[in-house]
Ligand binder design. Structure first.
Ligand SMILES: *[C@@H]1O[C@H](CO)[C@@H](O)[C@H](O)[C@H]1NC(C)=O
Ligand SMILES: *[C@@H]1O[C@H](CO)[C@@H](O)[C@H](O)[C@H]1NC(C)=O
Ligand SMILES: *[C@@H]1O[C@H](CO)[C@@H](O)[C@H](O)[C@H]1NC(C)=O
Ligand SMILES: *[C@@H]1O[C@H](CO)[C@@H](O)[C@H](O)[C@H]1NC(C)=O
Ligand SMILES: *[C@@H]1O[C@H](CO)[C@@H](O)[C@H](O)[C@H]1NC(C)=O
Ligand SMILES: *[C@@H]1O[C@H](CO)[C@@H](O)[C@H](O)[C@H]1NC(C)=O
Ligand SMILES: *[C@@H]1O[C@H](CO)[C@@H](O)[C@H](O)[C@H]1NC(C)=O
Ligand SMILES: *[C@@H]1O[C@H](CO)[C@@H](O)[C@H](O)[C@H]1NC(C)=O
Length: 398
């Protein structure tokens, strides 16, 4: 009995061993396929799965640090040889909650369409500065009006010019709170209400009216099937092309912002940005290790190149081309003169840095994304060109 049992057990063990070995071999041979399978099951995107839950509302909220540039010598604007001087003040810490609303599933072709709703909360506890700081900055309102009026008829132009010179100044001194969310009143806005200007509200603030509203980000449609296209944008405002730039530059493509396809390579990634009204291309720069895990770092430092380093960027030069590092987004801001750059004109032509005082580009101003290569999951990013983070730079350029 015993013997038989032992030999039986031996056989069992042998079989088990073979089974294990073959399982081992199978796993070894099919490891990548299995891994992909596990990853894609974990990423399955349906109304009931975790990736959807995480995607719908960002929890915890994003930390948003805003820096303002205080213009300390506006009275010297017309003095020859004196450069405008700016002092960086901040950070003003906010929490941002981005929610997807108006979600519609299109099961027939594996896409989902949605809009963004953003809410902001001042983080008084952790903020270095408070919103009662008094800041002097460029007065965007008269500049925008003057710019928009450039093609008006003679009489309108004279009226506007007169109103501007008597009622408005090129700079304003307001609290940080007014400049950001609360807005400030500009008498010129009500006086000129008879003149046809788009996008005019009673008050002006960089984030005025944006809190808790479905903003101007537009409607995104994203691919939901976990394959090569997963997380990519299919259309923006139901179109696969925009009309703000020229040719290829109008393509609506890249990640919709949250997901990147699995099995990343050391090449480049793209994502679509409604702030830029275009897709942004980030190039692989190097491997990095974060908490012992391998990541690929993709840098966006050439996003605002004027076509010198990246010939494909030439079609973004609407109107005229300027030295690299500043991006003209006027056409996608209701034609108000708006330009974006990295903070402190990071990686921009010295032309800009030399024109003013108080900016000093440093590595911390770089814009990048780090992904875990197999799952395509985002580890960390350093976003800089949202309106909110760059508006200080935007004002410098104006
Ligand atoms: C901004 O500059 C003005 C003029 O130089 C100064 O009076 C004011 O205190 C500055 N604001 C802050 C917050 O430093
Ligand atoms: C989008 O959702 C908001 C609230 O979540 C609602 O007020 C609005 O009517 C919706 N818009 C469309 C076009 O469905
Ligand atoms: C997917 O389906 C929706 C409606 O169900 C349609 O509007 C959209 O154009 C379709 N997209 C593609 C790429 O077929
Ligand atoms: C945004 O709106 C919410 C809810 O109304 C409010 O609690 C919050 O203080 C507002 N944030 C800012 C920055 O005004
Ligand atoms: C903001 O800070 C100033 C000093 O920097 C202080 O006098 C003021 O009371 C603070 N305001 C609030 C609302 O905390
Ligand atoms: C957009 O769609 C049209 C028609 O479906 C197609 O001809 C065109 O090539 C597409 N454009 C891009 C940039 O994919
Ligand atoms: C484009 O940028 C480069 C580098 O900043 C500069 O040398 C060149 O003059 C710019 N081209 C135009 C047309 O402004
Ligand atoms: C910016 O772009 C607009 C059109 O989108 C163009 O009219 C304007 O001339 C450009 N501004 C500069 C300074 O190149």
């Amino acid at each position: 009995m015993k013997r038989r049992c032992r030999s039986c057990c031996n056989v069992c063990l042998l079989l088990l061993g073979i089974a294990l070995i073959s399982l081992g071999l199978t796993i070894f041979v099919y490891f990548e396929a299995l891994y992909d399978y596990v990853i894609s099951s974990a990423m399955t995107f349906t109304p009931k799965t975790e990736p959807f839950r995480v995607w719908r509302v960002n929890d915890p909220p994003l930390v948003m640090d805003i820096y303002l540039f205080n213009w300390t010598n506006p009275q010297d604007l017309l003095v020859k040889g004196v450069k405008p001087r700016f002092e960086e003040i901040g950070p003003y810490k906010f929490k941002e909650v981005k929610e997807k609303v108006n979600i519609t599933w299109h099961d027939n072709n594996h896409t989902i369409s949605y809009r963004h709703k953003k809410s902001y909360y001042f983080d008084a506890e952790n903020s270095v500065r408070n919103l009662s700081d008094v800041i002097t900055t460029i007065n965007v309102v008269p500049l925008t009006i003057a710019y928009k009026a450039r093609h008006f008829g003679y009489i309108s132009k004279r009226t506007i010019s007169y109103s501007l010179s008597t009622l408005s100044s090129l700079y304003v001194t307001k609290t940080a709170g007014q400049i950001l969310f609360d807005g400030y009143e500009e008498s010129i806005l009500s006086i000129l209400s008879s003149v046809p200007l788009t996008g005019v509200t009673d008050k002006f603030g960089l984030f005025y009216g944006k809190n808790g509203s479905v903003g101007t980000d537009g409607t995104f449609s994203m691919w939901t099937l976990v394959d090569d296209k997963f997380g990519k944008i299919m259309t923006w405002n139901y179109k696969n092309e925009s009309s703000y730039y020229e040719g290829e530059c109008n393509a609506v493509r890249g990640s919709a912002g949250e997901f990147y396809p699995i099995n990343r390579k050391r090449d480049h990634i793209e994502f679509f940005s409604s702030e830029l009204c275009k897709f942004a291309k980030l190039e692989y720069e190097k491997d990095v290790e974060i908490k012992g895990v391998l990541g690929y770092k993709y840098t966006g430092k050439n996003i605002f190149d004027n076509g010198t380093l990246r010939p494909e960027n030439k079609c973004y030069c609407v109107g005229e081309c300027h030295p690299s590092g500043v991006f003209n987004v006027s056409s996608c801001r209701l034609d108000s003169p708006t330009f974006l750059s990295m903070p402190h004109f990071y990686n921009a032509d010295p032309y800009y840095i030399d024109a003013i005082e108080g900016v000093s580009p440093q590595d911390k101003h770089e814009f990048y994304i780090t992904l875990e290569p197999v799952s395509g999951q985002k580890y960390s990013d350093n976003f800089h060109f949202d309106d909110r983070e760059t508006f200080g730079q935007k004002l410098q350029v104006l």
